[in-house]
Design a protein around this ligand. Structure first.
Ligand SMILES: Nc1nc2c(c(=O)[nH]1)N[C@H]1C(S)=C(S)[C@@H](COP(=O)(O)O)O[C@H]1N2
Ligand SMILES: [Mo]
Length: 536
């Protein structure tokens, strides 16, 4: 190594310049990796495969942060984090490259091996995509770094003449021509950096555009939803119109979204198959058209996330259309020893619940439509499970590709080994929507309103307490069935001062919500939602 250092052609870049060159090269490598994965129509790339591996490995230790991590924004944060760490490591490679000419191949190579391993072992990845995209990314990274190195020092010979003659300021123009000195051709380096950042940026954006939506949009355009065989109608009207109160049916665009998928699986309905397997007499498969041709149910069902905090927004009520799970199990010839139903997603996610739940008469569907439209990609297109009364993490498998019948003991769904309860009935809850958290109100009549839910059981009563006053019964809105939440409303004659509003619900079995505040982990939060308001 010492020989190359003292060689007159191997003038060293300064540390900051080398770091910039390394980081830009890493960006080029990432973009090329993304682009190649997209060109190969792979649903996962080096970056998202590493991210998914991270999620799968650390989801357990981060379980209290599960909402934060698996909400949409924090997935973006994870991907941004991976990119930033890659750029920093790229900068380190760039600096090491000053002294050690193998730094680029070894450094970028190590990156490539990590990414390729993650991609090859991803359920949606393949060895071929892993090898081709990692090799292209490594090649692009090494190539970009050597191009930048050359661009930075290309004009060394002329730079010794001085900055004024070329218009390009040199880094150590105070000592031009000193033997072995670092001479930076700023102009050509800046041009190369700019060009490569442009290439990486457009490459990355093109890769994203290619991966987004197209297949699902095309599926949606082709789909004509059948008329449901049986419909539970949504009440035509609700008795109170309070600004800020959650609508009875949550618009699809406002519906919460929770999953472990770093990039939404884009599953075209063409070619998609749903398999019913395991402990059944006649395992069978269905295509999308086959599924839509079966007798279907359309009904509003409220689903909630186990990670929902008291007062949280990870709950929603949508009209789902789909085929009753019971009829599919019947057709498959369910065996009596099959005590668990496991939903498996194209992305490897799994959720399991007792078979009895699908047969006890509650709404339990292989759903393909939400609020009158084919499922959006984010909510599980082409099909997902919807089971009234169970939290999503044990039941509502999106991008469903297999329903496996097994025993309760022989399999645990995705979140169970990660510390969440194996059984996940949705807990009775109520939420104050109005007044808002930071509201300052004027004395006089003020609406207090919100929603309460106990899917599959039904809400019987909602009561509101102001400060230490008596519990007052709120009026309830209209609900389609016990599967859905219900709006509630109380007119309050507010007097000036600081007040605490509390709400509690009672379900159709007569159980009232416990006041004991618990965390979401391991089986759902409990406690009364309260709100502090100032009245003037
Ligand atoms: N494939 C897949 N399906 C999944 C999940 C997931 O991570 N992957 N998360 C589940 C969880 S925890 C919830 S709360 C619901 C949320 O459904 P939504 O995003 O349509 O609201 O989806 C469930 N289905
Ligand atoms: Mo969830």
């Amino acid at each position: 190594m010492t020989t190359t250092q003292s060689s007159p052609t191997a003038r060293r870049l300064s540390v900051p310049v080398a770091a910039v060159a390394g980081a830009v090269s890493a960006a080029v490598a990432l973009a090329v990796g993304e682009l190649v994965a997209s060109l190969l129509s792979s649903p996962v790339s080096l970056v998202t495969a590493v991210g998914s591996e991270f999620v799968d490995r650390f989801a357990a230790s981060l379980k209290d942060l599960a909402v934060a991590l698996f909400g949409t924004n924090d997935k973006v944060a994870l991907v941004v984090g991976i990119v930033v760490v890659s750029l920093i490591l790229g900068a380190v490679i760039g600096v090491l490259d000053r002294a050690w000419r193998l730094a680029a191949p070894v450094g970028f190579g190590a990156f490539g091996v990590l990414g390729a391993w993650a991609l090859a072992s991803d359920v949606q990845g393949s060895l071929l995509v892993a090898l081709v995209s990692a090799a292209s990314a490594v090649g692009a990274g090494v190539g970009a770094l050597s191009a930048l190195r050359r661009a930075a020092s290309r004009n060394t010979a002329t730079a010794v003449i001085g900055p004024s003659s070329t218009g390009s300021a040199t880094e150590d123009s105070r000592s031009p021509g000193r033997p072995g000195a670092v001479t930076l051709d700023r102009r050509s380096f800046a041009l190369a950096v700019g060009g490569l950042i442009f290439v990486a940026g457009t490459g990355g954006l093109a890769a994203r555009a290619m991966r987004a939506g197209g297949a699902v949009d095309a599926s949606h355009r082709r789909t004509v939803l059948p008329r449901a065989t049986s419909t539970t109608p949504v009440p035509a009207e609700q008795p109170f119109a309070v600004v800020g109160l959650s609508p009875y049916v949550t618009p699809t665009g406002d519906f919460y979204r929770i999953d472990t998928a770093l990039s939404t699986p884009q599953v075209a309905s063409d070619g998609w198959r749903l398999r019913i397997t395991g402990m059944v007499d006649q395992p069978f498969e269905l295509g999308y058209e086959d599924l839509l041709a079966l007798d279907s149910v359309e009904a509003p069902v409220t689903i909630a996330c186990v990670s929902n905090e008291v007062g949280g927004r990870l709950v929603g009520n949508a009209v789902w259309q789909g085929v009753p799970l019971a009829s599919l199990l019947d057709r498959a010839g369910l065996r009596p020893e099959a005590t668990q139903i496991v939903g498996r997603s194209v992305d490897g996610f799994t959720a399991g619940f007792p078979t009895a739940v699908a047969l006890d008469g509650r709404t339990a569907l292989v759903a393909y439509a939400m609020n009158g439209e084919p499922l959006p990609a984010d909510h599980g297109h082409p099909a997902r499970l919807i089971v009234s009364g169970l939290y999503g993490y044990v039941s509502a498998t999106k991008w469903l590709e297999e329903i496996e019948l097994t025993t309760w003991e022989s399999f645990d769904g995705y979140w169970v080994p990660r510390g969440w309860s194996k059984v996940g009935p949705i807990k009775l809850q109520s939420r104050i929507d109005v007044p808002r958290a930071d509201a300052s109100l004027v004395a006089g009549p003020q609406p207090i309103a919100g929603v309460a839910w106990a899917p599959d059981t039904g809400v019987e009563r909602v009561e509101v307490q102001i400060d230490d006053g008596p519990w007052r019964t709120a009026r309830l809105g209209a609900s389609a069935s016990a599967d859905t939440w219900v709006q509630w409303h109380l007119e309050w004659d507010a007097d000036a001062g600081d007040h605490v509003i509390s709400v509690r619900a009672t379900d159709a079995t007569g159980q009232t919500q416990t006041s004991e505040l618990t965390d979401p982990a391991p089986d759902g939060a409990t406690g009364w939602h309260t709100r502090r308001v100032r009245v003037t």
